[in-house]
Design a protein around this ligand. Structure first.
Ligand SMILES: Cc1cc2nc3c(=O)[nH]c(=O)nc-3n(C[C@H](O)[C@H](O)[C@H](O)COP(=O)(O)OP(=O)(O)OC[C@H]3O[C@@H](n4cnc5c(N)ncnc54)[C@H](O)[C@@H]3O)c2cc1C
Length: 322
């Protein structure tokens, strides 16, 4: 119920546009690394200090104008330059829809190719994030076409899709991030039951760890993480073959702990003004994340109350002097 509510909000273009105007609000600043590249690089440096690498996502949704897609491309190209100049341990995550997939396939491919080529020059990896099922096959097509020229690219397998196993086998030689899946998908194409998704998730991870290239296990689920730790031990899979990934701002203690234990760890670092859809999906997948919002509202209220109390105190002093 709450999941559907937040998922509905995540797709609301009016609220998305309104939110963009007002900067980081409602607690989103706890899970978004910065509004601009300079702030984001500082956040990356901080994570790198703890042995954590980063994948940088220039936030953006609902791109239906070519100019917007070109602006997003320019911003990502600037991130690549900043990663290189600052010598930080980071790569790129991009969303094909932000680069024009909903406008025109070839236009989108041209934008993505420019990004992949620029990143390739510096040996920077580019991950194609996966979105909803309507964009799934075109995104795989983009990846497969560009892979004839570039090897610094990979993508995501979403365990809730019935076709996930087939896609995984087909793309096993890519560096793959395996996730449960974040969008609301119809019953014709995706498992709806959490237990079925979790079961498929574990199976896909195990298969790729045994048969595939590098695996990024992207989850906040400690049961999955503990299972993977045991599985790699039992199967003598070296640490160089996989990493754990989590989103910026979530389970920070566990992120630091896994890195400290010697596992490769990568934090997904979203930045920018267009935080709304991303933030609503985080609330949809775990309504307890509302505590980020509540904390923020409480802090504001508290500040206001402190301000009012201070005002009343000063006024009292002034009037008593008279
Ligand atoms: C790095 C990264 C990249 C992603 N990229 C994509 C993508 O390209 N496409 C896509 O569709 N989805 C993506 N996702 C989202 C993903 O599909 C899931 O929607 C999201 O990660 C929630 O599922 P989960 O595996 O974290 O665990 P859940 O199923 O949400 O949670 C399982 C259990 O873990 C524990 N838990 C979870 N979160 C917390 C928390 N914050 N604090 C304490 N305990 C917690 C709870 O006990 C919970 O019951 C990505 C996720 C990550 C981490």
């Amino acid at each position: 119920m709450l999941k559907d509510f937040f998922m509905g909000l995540s797709q609301n273009q009016f609220l998305n546009t309104a939110a963009k105007k007002y900067g980081l609000k409602m607690g989103a600043q706890n899970v978004v690394a910065g509004t601009n590249i300079a702030e984001t690089i500082e956040s990356i440096k901080e994570l790198n200090k703890h042995g954590i690498s980063c994948t940088v996502d220039n936030l953006g949704e609902f791109v239906f104008e070519k100019e917007e897609a070109v602006a997003a491309k320019q911003q990502i190209l600037a991130v690549i330059e900043a990663i290189h100049e600052n010598e930080v341990d980071a790569h790129i995550s991009l969303k094909p829809s932000q680069l024009g997939l909903d406008i025109d396939y070839d236009f989108c491919k041209g934008n993505i190719e420019e990004i992949v080529a620029a990143a390739n020059k510096y040996g920077i990896f580019v991950n194609f994030d996966m979105e909803d099922h309507a964009r799934l096959q075109p995104s795989f097509n983009l990846l497969d076409e560009l892979s004839t020229k570039y090897d610094n690219i990979g993508t995501v397998i979403q365990a809730y899709f019935f076709r996930a196993e087939e896609d995984l086998h087909k793309h096993k030689d890519y560096r793959l991030r395996i996730v449960k899946g974040a969008y609301k998908e119809p019953a014709e194409v995706a498992y709806q039951d959490k237990q079925e998704i979790d079961k498929n998730y574990i199976e896909l991870i195990e298969w790729h760890l045994l048969n595939g290239k590098f695996t990024s296990i992207a989850t906040h689920d400690h049961n999955v993480i503990n299972h993977v730790k045991q599985f790699v031990k039992d199967n003598n899979i070296p640490n160089e073959k996989f990493e754990f990934q989590m989103l910026y701002g979530f389970r920070k203690d566990m992120q630091l702990e896994l890195a400290k234990e010697g596992y490769n760890f990568c934090t997904y670092v979203p930045f920018g003004q267009d935080w709304y859809g991303y933030f609503m999906r985080r609330l949809a997948e775990r309504p307890q994340n509302m505590n980020l919002v509540v904390k923020q509202v409480f802090t504001k209220k508290t500040n206001t109350m402190i301000g009012l109390a201070a005002g009343a105190f000063l006024l009292g002093r002034l009037t008593s002097k008279k």
